[in-house]
Design a protein around this ligand. Structure first.
Ligand code: ATP
Ligand code: CA
Ligand code: CA
Length: 423
């Protein structure tokens, strides 16, 4: 099923950034991968590896089209997360992110100004983040690692890498690589971003009808009378995991996160190709890019060998101009996880725990916003005009409790549904 996108060449504002990000990931990840695995130490959580790129190249960095610097943060920690906890195949990871440098841009869907890019196979998302979010992730990395280790089925965003690109004029761009909750092989017919707050949480219904890709909010969910159709077994499992995850989010003092829910209706199937067909595709298949192929790295160290192999492999995959071939079935890591193992998601069940024809794709996203002074101010101003407890910026403890009770209410038969409706 080829999916066409808009080809974005070198003229595009973010082309250089995208090229630099992927070139950096390619060398940094293959270099880490080539090292012998060992138990993590404290120092691994604060480690930073620096790379410097130019058009000539050296022993460890291949020549690049542009001058830039790249930093890889806590590479061993993220490698362990990827391989031991998130069950990613190292070769797949590298290939998805670097093959022929094809990436597509979702643009900047949130208010924050972050940019989102999909890997070529749609499995991974690169999100540019603020410096404050970057510092925050590093500061909680140990706790995050421990939580994921203790909770293999956590619904929290899966962070696979944390990096920084520095451009010659000094601009620094921080970004994370994380899981795309939505699978490449299924249309998502409805999307909700739920916070458990009702103030201002409405996407205009008249616009929603025209836009099947709209991200709907709490009040749309309530007004449409939606619920997650889950029988007692799945309901209990999901409730318990959400309880643990929100407990963790309270402990690290964050707020503003949401439960993202994608709904696939199996009877409707894939005929609409919603969302996936509108990706803008970055591609090097423009003449200027082909002009000079980056030369190979020199040397016989294991790192250099690994980098060369990665470069060869990623060159093998030839993809047509601006078209990406999305897989027909779910592949890879998802079958290891209870909430992602039915067609890459969680299939609805009835009260007898028998399957129904809906698949949910769910996860807790945007978890890097600590309750800072900015939010405290926002809380103050918004609190003057609306009920202080229903607005979205409330302190982390209150946020987590409200989030968890809303998510319980979101499930069929969950207690409290009526209460949220009544408000
Ligand atoms: P804001 O802070 O204004 O909420 P943001 O830039 O931090 O925005 P997010 O809240 O992380 O952005 O995400 C915005 C939207 O992007 C989500 O509502 C969702 O539609 C999509 N999105 C984010 N993360 C994922 C993911 N892991 N998988 C699939 N879609 C995602
Ligand atoms: Ca958000
Ligand atoms: Ca955010």
């Amino acid at each position: 099923r080829p999916v066409m996108g808009n080809l974005i060449g070198e003229g595009h504002a973010n082309y250089v950034l995208m090229y630099n990000m992927l070139t950096g990931i390619r060398t940094a990840v293959s270099r880490t991968q080539a090292k012998i695995k060992r138990p993590l130490t404290d120092a691994d959580f604060t480690a930073k590896h620096k790379y410097s790129y130019d058009i000539i190249g050296n022993e460890l960095t291949p020549s690049a089209k542009y001058d830039f610097k790249f930093k890889d943060y806590a590479p061993f920690v993220f490698r362990e997360l990827r391989e031991d906890h998130f069950q990613l195949d190292p070769a797949d990871y590298l290939l998805s992110l670097t093959a022929k440098y094809i990436l597509s841009e979702l643009g900047s869907p949130g208010k924050s100004g972050s940019f989102f890019y999909f890997s070529r196979d749609y499995r991974f998302i690169i999100k540019t983040i603020r410096h404050s979010e970057h510092k925050f992730l590093l500061s909680i990395l140990k706790k995050y690692h421990a939580h994921v280790k203790a909770n293999p089925h956590s619904l929290l965003s899966r962070f696979y890498g944390l990096h920084r690109v520095k451009l010659p004029h000094g601009r620094k761009i921080h970004f994370v690589i994380m899981n795309n909750l939505f699978p490449a092989h299924k249309d998502v017919h409805e999307t909700y971003d739920l916070k458990g707050s009702t103030v201002g949480r409405l996407y205009p219904e008249e616009r929603a009808e025209q836009n099947p890709r709209a991200v709907l909010k709490d009040l749309n969910w309530i007004n449409r009378g939606k619920s997650l159709e889950l029988g007692p077994e799945k309901r209990a499992l999901l409730t318990e995991q959400l309880r643990r995850d929100s407990e963790f989010l309270k402990e690290i003092q964050v707020m503003d996160y949401s439960l993202l829910i994608g709904i696939h209706n199996m009877r409707r199937g894939n005929r609409d190709k919603i969302r996936r067909n509108t990706l803008k595709v970055f591609s090097p298949d423009v003449p200027a890019f082909r002009r000079r192929k980056p030369t190979s790295v020199q040397g016989s160290s294991p790192e250099a060998v690994a980098v060369r192999r990665a470069m060869r492999e990623s060159d093998l995959k030839h993809l047509g101009n601006g078209s990406i071939q999305l897989p027909e079935e779910d592949t890879g890591d998802r079958q290891h996880f209870i909430f992602y193992q039915d067609e890459g998601g969680l299939q609805a069940t009835d009260e007898q725990n028998e399957p129904m024809d809906t698949v949910y794709y769910l996860g807790v996203i945007d978890i890097l916003t600590p309750y800072t002074t900015v939010k405290k101010l926002e809380h103050f101003w918004k609190g003057m005009s609306a009920d202080r407890h229903k607005i979205s910026p409330v302190p982390p403890g209150e946020y987590a409790e409200r989030f968890f009770s809303f998510m319980k209410a979101v499930m069929r038969g969950g207690e409290g549904g009526a209460r949220f409706k009544a408000e």
